[in-house]
Design a protein around this ligand. Structure first.
Ligand code: FUL
Length: 597
């Protein structure tokens, strides 16, 4: 008591001793589980199933159970790799669109139990959940609602089968941190239409896993980022107006990418992207694993933009993460460690234009301490404010990391960063919009003795709990890496490739344009000719699986090599992405149409 009284004698401490009310939460708030989920930052996605053995991106549900036959499944290798890569959890495709279950699902006849793999006694979910426990990783499950095998699909009965499937998968393997609902459905105009019972699915998940984060296009736990190339919006709100949308209704992908200021629900963006062009492993893509440069770009555009990165590394036919991919993950880890190992704001002192009630509890120094739950705050009516980080000496950096205290809501909508040079001049080095859980801003290489962050607009009084400076000498360029440029064409104009002479052709490749601009060819006819006048149809209404969401180059190899002088790729169905669903478009983009010799 005596000590407290003495403390209050100093003027500075008077405010500390008086009660300053804590800031009120603002807008839609994350649950504790959502905050913990966001803190995970970087997780592993593993696509594995019959497609691993057939080379398909989307199976068709007609694969026999024996198709799935890993020669040496080793989930401990996946977990050890994820752990060493710095990831916090693993999500496995327990059931993809082909309907095959990687666990013995009692309500389905198309599972590991019907296969001869390990005499029908194998269980990937069991093995992976145990490996996750052993390595201290969270375990998550992807289950596709779209099912091309289940005989009930397209009828009400399927909703019960699907709910029971969820109940079994989520109730049998201990804690599940995330349930992933894929929104894709490639049935096409004549396909089966399923009216999903989403409320039933959600309640089934929560019954078994009350704290699970449910992923779908629109949450309720977290939302899809709106693309499969690994980029959250430069403006990225954790909140969004979900409105009447369900996970299976078409939705504006730009809205998913950016979210909504003041959005009615907290559904932060999850950035799912594959380390390879496709989601499933195939031999032909062993040399197409993304480079460290490409992965760093993805890291900055997801973790650095208030999103969680879910990086897919597919398991191969052995049931291992392939060595090319695991080496790349370690290279990425080493790069991230090097970039972020030294906080150049170390030893700095923070000051702010204004502190909530003049109270120490909300002082600018909270920005620099390591305690997540201590933050700098201003008075309630403040919408613009700044803080200065005074460095102990001139330091050189090109990354500024800022964190907002999201448990009380995301607030900042515009901010700038200035640097004080050794010449005594302040210079603006960045103008940005949102911060959120974590924002890593790229700036020019800057040498400064102080850095000032000006919160220019905030929906409520700003709350900042983290700041750091880094120097990245590894990432080379902000230019979009390997983005194909091309042409947008009307559907009526097929792609024609004249080889000039008759050649032996093993197959062909088609690449759309980045982001699927102008749409993609989803289904096509392929015709070949030896003279340019008489044509043979090689494929009739064949599909580039998942191309609208993942508009990467596709290689199609014919069953037998063909003799051809001219090839004609005739679009049948062209679509633009509409949140994992497709909407017809009357144009399509292409950046490449070439042969495989
Ligand atoms: C998409 C699916 O169609 C892909 O096959 C993949 O699973 C990806 C993560 O989601 O919508």
């Amino acid at each position: 008591m005596k000590k407290t009284l003495l403390g209050c004698l100093s003027l500075a401490a008077i405010a500390a001793c008086s009660t300053v009310e804590a800031p009120q939460p603002y807008g839609a708030l994350p649950s504790d589980a959502q905050v913990e989920w966001q803190k995970m930052e970087y997780n592993l996605f593993v696509h594995f199933g019959p497609n691993t053995f057939t080379g398909a991106e989307w199976g068709n549900g007609k694969e026999i159970a024996d198709t799935f036959n890993p020669s040496d499944l080793d989930c401990r290798q996946w977990a050890a790799t994820a752990k060493a890569a710095g990831m916090k959890g693993i999500i496995i495709t327990a059931k993809h669109h082909d309907g095959f279950c990687l666990w013995p699902n009692p309500v389905c006849q198309h599972t590991v139990a019907q296969s001869s793999w390990r005499d029908g006694k194998g269980d990937v979910l069991k093995e992976l959940s145990e490996a996750c426990k052993e390595y201290g990783l969270e375990f998550g499950i992807y289950i596709s609602p779209w099912d091309q095998n289940d005989p009930h699909y397209g009828t009400d009965a399927y909703n019960d089968v699907f709910a029971q499937t969820l109940e079994h998968a989520l109730g049998s393997y201990g804690e599940v941190f995330e349930q992933w609902f894929d929104g894709a459905c490639g049935e096409g105009p004549n396909g089966k239409k399923q009216v999903y019972d989403w409320p039933k699915f959600y309640s089934t998940v929560y019954k078994r896993q009350p704290d699970a984060i449910i992923f779908s296009n629109v949450g309720p736990g977290c939302r899809w980022v709106g693309n499969e190339y690994g980029s959250a919006g430069r403006t990225c709100w954790g909140t969004m107006n979900v409105g009447e949308h369900t996970p299976s209704t078409p939705i504006d992908c730009d809205m998913l990418n950016v979210g909504n200021a003041d959005g009615e629900k907290w559904v932060a963006a999850e950035t799912d992207v594959s380390i390879r062009p496709g989601w499933f492993w195939r031999e032909s893509e062993n040399d197409k694993v993304k480079s460290v440069q490409q992965l760093l770009k993805i890291y900055y555009e997801s973790v650095g933009r208030n999103s969680l990165l879910l990086l897919n590394v597919p398991a191969d036919k052995r049931g291992h993460l392939h060595e090319v991919d695991s080496v790349r993950l370690m290279e990425l880890r080493a790069a991230i460690d090097e970039i972020f190992s030294t906080d150049l704001a170390e030893g700095a002192k923070a000051e702010a234009c204004c502190v909530r009630g003049g109270s120490k509890k909300y002082a600018a120094s909270n920005i620099l301490d390591a305690d997540y739950d201590r933050y700098w705050a201003t008075d309630d009516d403040v919408r613009a404010a700044s803080f200065v980080i005074n460095l102990p000496e001139a330091r050189t950096f090109n990354r500024v990391q800022i964190q907002e205290y999201i448990p009380l809501g995301q607030r900042v909508s515009a901010f700038s960063i200035e640097a004080l040079g050794e010449d005594g001049q302040w210079k603006t080095i960045a103008n940005e919009t949102t911060i959120g859980y974590k924002r890593i801003v790229h700036t020019p290489v800057t040498t400064a003795v102080a850095v000032r962050v000006n919160i220019e607009e905030s929906l409520a009084c700003p709350l900042i709990n983290g700041f750091a400076l880094y120097m990245d000498n590894i990432y080379e360029s902000d230019e979009k890496a390997n983005i194909p440029v091309g042409e947008i064409r009307p559907v009526a104009e097929p792609l024609v490739l004249d080889l000039g002479e008759v050649k032996t052709v093993k197959g062909f490749t088609y690449a759309p344009i980045y982001k699927g601009e102008g749409g993609c060819i989803v289904t096509y006819d392929l015709e070949v000719s030896a003279d340019g006048t008489s044509w043979i149809k090689v494929y009739d209404d064949k599909m580039f699986e998942n191309i609208i969401n993942n508009p990467t180059e596709r290689e199609v190899i014919f069953d037998e090599p063909l003799q051809a002088k001219v090839l004609r790729l005739v679009p049948v169905r062209t679509e633009v992405s509409a949140g994992a669903a497709g909407q017809a478009s009357d144009t399509y983009g292409y950046s490449e149409f070439s042969i495989v010799e």
